[in-house]
Design a protein around this ligand. Structure first.
Ligand code: AMP
Length: 215
């Protein structure tokens, strides 16, 4: 049986509105990092399709999309990026944002993902995050963040279903990063954590010997 390849990844983990998407998008511009947001994958699906309609039902209420549907769509998106070479697994550290969101997903993605680092973005000021989400809803036309009740429900879902994911990973690979402050300041802290991971996995790794013919 062919061996299934597991992609080396870091998770951007944290409550809604903490800045995972903003930081992920910036990191994704840096060579050697590839950012994939599960929420972005869902929002890119044609809302007129049956699948799009089903996803929208959950997104608009701030509920999690069912695990099997999430894994199928997210995996297809990841494989499409590999086929298009936008994600190059031999060169890029995969930066996952928005997945896993519960223990089932944490177990399921292990089939293809090798989590090397979990960055836990922390902001204790929930009102500040809600304010950010409201502004984002207008800027990005996001149905889920336009309504304060839905936003507050998203926080409850995070507390009841998602925070347990942190206990799934060994404490040694989890780094806490304070998410308040300027995007550049947070980015500097993130890079302090992630550059050594990238160096170890891709930059300082001994290259395979070049095969020399005729010797
Ligand atoms: P985000 O862009 O990460 O804030 O996600 C927006 C919404 O997409 C969430 O509130 C969920 O409805 C859905 N979603 C994103 N990622 C997942 C996931 N891993 N599992 C289930 N639902 C998700």
């Amino acid at each position: 049986m062919a061996e299934i390849r597991r992609y080396k990844a870091t998770l951007l983990f944290g409550a809604p509105g903490v800045g995972k998407g903003t930081q992920g998008r910036i990191l994704g511009q840096v060579p050697g990092f590839f950012h994939l947001s599960c929420g972005d994958v869902f929002r890119a699906i044609d809302i007129g399709s049956d699948e799009g309609q089903e996803i929208y039902r959950f997104l608009s209420k701030g509920e999690l999309v069912p695990d099997d549907l999430t894994y199928r769509i997210w995996r297809k998106a990841l494989e499409a990026h590999i086929a298009l070479s936008s994600f190059k697994p031999r060169e890029d550290l995969l930066v996952l944002d928005g997945i896993p969101r519960n223990l089932t997903q944490a177990e399921t993605i292990e089939e293809i993902i090798d989590v090397r680092k979990v960055v836990h973005l922390v902001c204790t000021d929930q009102e500040k995050m809600i304010e950010r989400m409201r502004r984002r809803a207008i800027r990005e036309n996001r149905a889920d963040d336009a309504n304060e009740q839905v936003i507050r429900h998203r926080f409850r879902v995070y507390e009841t279903e998602t925070t347990a994911v942190l206990d799934y990973y060994p404490a040694e690979i989890i780094s806490r990063v304070e998410a308040l402050g300027s995007p550049a300041g947070v980015l500097r802290k993130l890079l302090d954590v992630l550059v050594p991971v990238q160096d170890e996995l891709f930059v300082n790794r001994p290259k395979p010997p070049i095969l020399q013919s005729g010797l």
